[in-house]
Structures are given as structure tokens and as C-alpha cells.
Write a protein of this length. Structure first.
Length: 378
């Protein structure tokens, strides 16, 4: 099929679903801990306090138990089967080889993770693939696993762009959000970042999951100077084709567990306060407030299991059409809420979303939808 994806809800025809093969551990270093530092915000349950380390001061990796990985892989296959059952063509990335253990650049080295949360490092805008500048060192070359898929879309006429790649020294990261007293959060930010001969100051770092796609309109969340630089680049690159609406500090980075567009005129939001951050024209849309997550909706983990996401991760649903949504089967309250709004809900199992940092929206990259470049905002 030809690459075509402008929004979050039009009938889904083709999608890439991530892979967790050989996901064995999480590496605790500066970029990883900064990325996940915001877990306490808007959450009812506390997590272990994170202590940020630089690339040179790497801690021992936090291992992932084999049982969790096996169950995750079972659940991913269930997602694939559910989508195929709805008539969606499913593509897959290359798998991480067991012998590939480290990514190394002149400025840093880090353990490699598989291409699971595909939404993060790629932004699909219409007929263009945009590889975004990564925020986590271990994911620096993650989009390489998608090369066969992107090559085929390119051969069929898609545009393919790679945003400038950051050097990612310690000095590249804007730590102000994590250090903000008004934000709080569990991170103990390092006071003396490791110096590097490759220091150039703040650099572009930005994920596709920081964007809400509404036809020609893109809502982009900005919480750091790294994000702002990347959005400056996007505005110049997309000028005349798309309109970017900046929102500030709606979350630390990703917004797809804060707000999702289910169909034109309807948003799924974490709470009513989300509206305060959105452009005025988007505040006119109906807002379905997700019910508070039940603590017993999640598996019980041991002290050495590293929990990465807030309990609101199940708001991370995937729309297959304007009236059909994939929702975690562990969330009956959310299912009922959406059914009351006349959505057809497809319950799908996803057990360990808090250990692997993503829900259905995170694990997928929709490449072909029926919608076009409509104007949804004033």
C-alpha cells in the first residue's frame, strides 16, 4: 500500500507492530532515567526513586525476568491477531539479534533494546516518514530495524526524512524540567554532568509520541529546550503542508497517555485539567475522561522489577476506525466508558505494559489510514 496517515482515527489499513525479541534488561543511565523520571506525576502509587547517571557512570543493567518477556511476546502476537481479525495488514520490524548487545558512537555507548515502542522514534505525516532525533541512547539506531519496511514505502513513492541526529553527551540534555521544584518527580538530577570533547550544548531530541495528529494540524508537546529545537525544525520542514500547535509541559514528553483523538470532535483524556494545556479550538471537542485505574488491574511485581510507566498507561488505546478502539482487556471501567460513548471496543490482553513502557498506541506505527489532510482546528 501507499504510505498515507494523517490522523489517529481514520479506518486503519496497514500498521507496523513492534518486536520484543531479546529484550533482556533496562540500562540505567542519564538518558534512560530522564526519559522515565516523570512517573510520580498524577499517579496514586509511588515508585522507586531514580538516580540519574551519565554515560560514563553506567550502572549494572536491570534484568527483565524471562517469564515477563515470554508473556509480553504472547500478548504482542495477540495484538497482531486482533488487528488482522479487523482486516488490518500488519507489518513487523527486523528482530534484535541476540548477539547485538551495544550501540557505540564517538560520544557514548549504551545497551541496545529491540524495536518495541515504534511510535516513539518515527513520525508519519501523510506520505512522509520522519525519523525523529532519539531521547534515549539505547534507542539511537532503533529505526534501523524498520529499514526494510521504510525502503518498501519509499519505493512506492513515500518521502523519507531523518531529522538531525544528536551527539547525546551529558551536556546535550536540558535538565530543567526534571529539576523543576514545581514538577517534582522521582529523579535526583546529577549536579556535575560528565564533560565530553563532543559537547555542543542542547540538541534536538523529540519523539513522535509527543505529537497528536489531526489532519493538517499537529499538537506538539514541549517540555525542554531539546523538544523546542526539534519543533523549530519540524515547523520549517513542514511549512505550507502542516500547522504545528505548541503545548507546553502537558507531560514530560509523550502525550498519548494524557490525550488521544478517538474521532473528529472526541478526545480521550486523563483528566479534565488536560484541556487547560490544549489550543482553544481543541477545547471545544467533547472530552471523554478515562476512569481512574484500579490498582488490581496490574500484575504484582517484586522489588527488583523496574516499573517504567504510570498507572494511566492503559489510556494508550489504538483507534482502528472512528468507532472501533483496541483497549486492554484488564480495564473494564474504561471499556464501559467508551461503550457508553457508542464506541465498539475490542478487548485485547496486555499484561506487562508498566514494565515495558508502552500500550497499544506505543507498540504500533500506523502507516496507512483512509483519512486525508483535513482541517480540524480553526
Amino acid at each position: 500500500m501507499l504510505l498515507n496517515s494523517y490522523d489517529e482515527w481514520s479506518p486503519l489499513k496497514e500498521v507496523i507492530v513492534g518486536s520484543a525479541t531479546n529484550y533482556i534488561s533496562h540500562e540505567r543511565e542519564l538518558s534512560f532515567d530522564l526519559f522515565f523520571h516523570d512517573n510520580l506525576i498524577r499517579s496514586e502509587w509511588a515508585y522507586p526513586r531514580l538516580s540519574v547517571r551519565s554515560g560514563e557512570g553506567r550502572q549494572e543493567p536491570s534484568p527483565i525476568k524471562k517469564r515477563y518477556l515470554e508473556e509480553l511476546q504472547e500478548d504482542i502476537e495477540g495484538i497482531v491477531q486482533a488487528l488482522q481479525g479487523l482486516g488490518v495488514s500488519v507489518l513487523r520490524p527486523m528482530e534484535l539479534d541476540a548477539g547485538t548487545s551495544e550501540v557505540r558512537t564517538p560520544a557514548f555507548s549504551a545497551s541496545v533494546v529491540p524495536p518495541l515502542n515504534l511510535r516513539d522514534n518515527t513520525l508519519i505525516l501523510g506520505d512522509e516518514i520522519i525519523e525523529t532525533p532519539p531521547m534515549v541512547r539505547s534507542r539511537y539506531f532503533e529505526t534501523q530495524f524498520l529499514t526494510p519496511v521504510f525502503n518498501e514505502y519509499f519505493r512506492r513513492g513515500a518521502r523519507w526524512t531523518v531529522m538531525p541526529r544528536p551527539l547525546m553527551t551529558d551536556a546535550s540534555f536540558d535538565l530543567s524540567y526534571a529539576a523543576s521544584a514545581t514538577v517534582g518527580g522521582p529523579t535526583e538530577v546529577i549536579e556535575d554532568p560528565e564533560r565530553s570533547p563532543y559537547d555542543v550544548g542542547f540538541e534536538m531530541m523529540f519523539d513522535g509520541a509527543q505529537c497528536l495528529r489531526l489532519g493538517r494540524d499537529i499538537i506538539a508537546n514541549i517540555s525542554t529546550a531539546n523538544h523546542a529545537l526539534a519543533v523549530d525544525w519540524l515547523e520549517r520542514h513542514l511549512e505550507g503542508r502542516f500547522r504545528i500547535h505548541r503545548v507546553h509541559r502537558l507531560s514530560d514528553s509523550h502525550i498519548d497517555s494524557m490525550v488521544l483523538a478517538l474521532r473528529p470532535g472526541t478526545l480521550l483524556v486523563r483528566d479534565k485539567e488536560v484541556a487547560d494545556f490544549l489550543p482553544e479550538s481543541l477545547r471545544k471537542w467533547d472530552m471523554v475522561v478515562a476512569p481512574a485505574p484500579a490498582e488490581n488491574a496490574f500484575p504484582q511485581y517484586e522489588d527488583d522489577d523496574l516499573v517504567l510507566t504510570s498507572p494511566f498507561i492503559d489510556l494508550n488505546v489504538l483507534s482502528v476506525s472512528p468507532d472501533t478502539v483496541l483497549v486492554n482487556e484488564a480495564c473494564p471501567e474504561l471499556i464501559r466508558t467508551l461503550e457508553q460513548q457508542k464506541f465498539t471496543v475490542v478487548p485485547v490482553r496486555h499484561r506487562h505494559r508498566r514494565l515495558f513502557g508502552g500500550g497499544f498506541h506505543c507498540f504500533t506505527l500506523d502507516t496507512v489510514r483512509e483519512g486525508g489532510p483535513e482541517d480540524y482546528l480553526d
